[in-house]
Design a protein around this ligand. Structure first.
Ligand SMILES: *Cc1c(COP(=O)(O)O)cnc(C)c1O
Length: 356
């Protein structure tokens, strides 16, 4: 039985071209600025995101943390979405390592921030009791909000609010190229008014390792110091960076395929009794749907799918209603026939749980 892996786009394997580029990569001591392949990757990434400079980091989590360390100090306050990866999935790094505090701004179902709440949450400088509001973070695409692509208008509106108040804007763009492809807007335009952006090579772009943080030259110089402190300084990292260059050259445009398989998956799921999903809301490669709690807990559905060779994960919801949610993510190894089989398997699992 061939497994259908809808668990995450992080589980994509490197392509033949990547393995070949990795084998042939010219390398040196990265930390000393002597690895030309890493330098090429960083220059290419900076150019694609329209920023002056970039630094190769080990993961998206490290990229976000290095960005926050570079923008903020101890006792500052950072405004992030209530459903953001930085808040949910990064081990409280901002409180433990930065020594700053996160303040949550309600994410709307389209992944945008509640702009009124955002404005009201910026601290006045008048009180010695208040932390300084130093940074706003946006997430694009938004993982927990069904892979929503954040619009250029919203990004620019948030950037204007930030900059009018002498606050920086960081974009957690783990899947920024999915957003770019979904919206039909160049990534560089989408992040033009952001002060920094992190994106992942290791997700839909199929690379084995790595993320890139982009910003101004001064900011990236500072980021390199923090990356070193976190143990992210590397040596002959051109071996892995070579795959990143292939990813940026060859894997961006094809993300449109993942979006179209996700869309057809969502339509098929919407026809299954006991499943709630609005396929029209699916913009990229992430499909989150609700299970009728009268039929089953999400965990049991996940186990039932596993027995049929379909790997997925349970998922929290942006509506804190205790609902039972499952996430499916499409990527390079998923075709239309896999989507058909997965929907069929889910339909059978739901029927047998309903009968039980
Ligand atoms: C995956 C992800 C990250 C972190 O990436 P890792 O490489 O897993 O550390 C950050 N933000 C979002 C939105 C993500 O989906």
């Amino acid at each position: 039985m061939e497994e259908i892996n809808l668990y995450s786009d992080t589980q994509t394997l490197p392509t033949e071209e990547m393995r070949k580029a990795m084998y042939e990569a010219e390398v040196g001591d990265e930390l000393s600025g002597e690895d030309v392949t890493v330098i090429n990757l960083e220059e290419k990434a900076a150019a694609m995101l329209g920023k002056e400079a970039a630094v190769y980091v080990t993961s998206g989590t490290q990229g976000n943390l290095v960005a926050i360390l570079s923008h903020c100090s101890k006792a500052d306050e950072i405004l992030v979405g209530s459903e953001s990866h930085i808040f949910w999935n990064e081990n409280a790094s901002v409180s433990t390592i930065v020594g700053a505090q996160l303040r949550l701004i309600q994410n709307q179902s389209d992944g945008s921030l509640d702009v009124n709440q955002l404005k009201e949450s910026i601290r006045p400088l008048s009180s010695p009791q208040f932390p300084y509001t130093k940074l706003i973070c946006l997430e694009n695409t938004h993982n927990r909000c069904n892979g929503a692509a954040i619009s250029l208008e919203h990004t620019n509106e948030v950037a204007t609010i930030a900059h009018n108040n002498d606050i920086k804007l960081h974009i957690d763009g783990a899947r920024i190229f999915n957003a770019s492809v979904a919206l039909g807007i160049e990534a560089s335009e989408l992040v033009e008014n952001a002060d920094s952006i992190t994106f992942c090579l290791s997700k839909g772009l199929s690379c084995p390792v790595g993320s890139v943080l982009c910003g101004t030259k001064d900011f990236i110089d500072e980021a390199r110091r923090w990356r070193r402190m976190l143990g992210g300084g590397m040596r002959q990292a051109g071996i892995i960076a070579a795959a990143g260059i292939v990813g940026l050259n060859q894997m961006v445009d094809r993300l449109a395929i993942d979006h179209s398989t996700a869309k057809s998956l969502a339509y098929k799921l919407s026809e299954i009794p006991g499943i709630t999903i609005d396929p029209d809301t699916i913009q990229s490669n992430i499909v989150i749907f609700e299970i009728d709690p009268n039929i089953s807990a999400a965990r049991e559905v996940v186990n039932g799918l596993k027995a049929k060779g379909v790997k997925v994960s349970t998922y929290g919801s942006i509506i804190p209603n205790g609902g039972q949610y499952i996430r499916m993510v499409t990527h390079r190894h998923i075709g239309e026939e896999d989507v058909d089989s997965a929907a069929m398997a889910l339909s059978e699992v739901m029927q047998s749980l309903h009968a039980a």
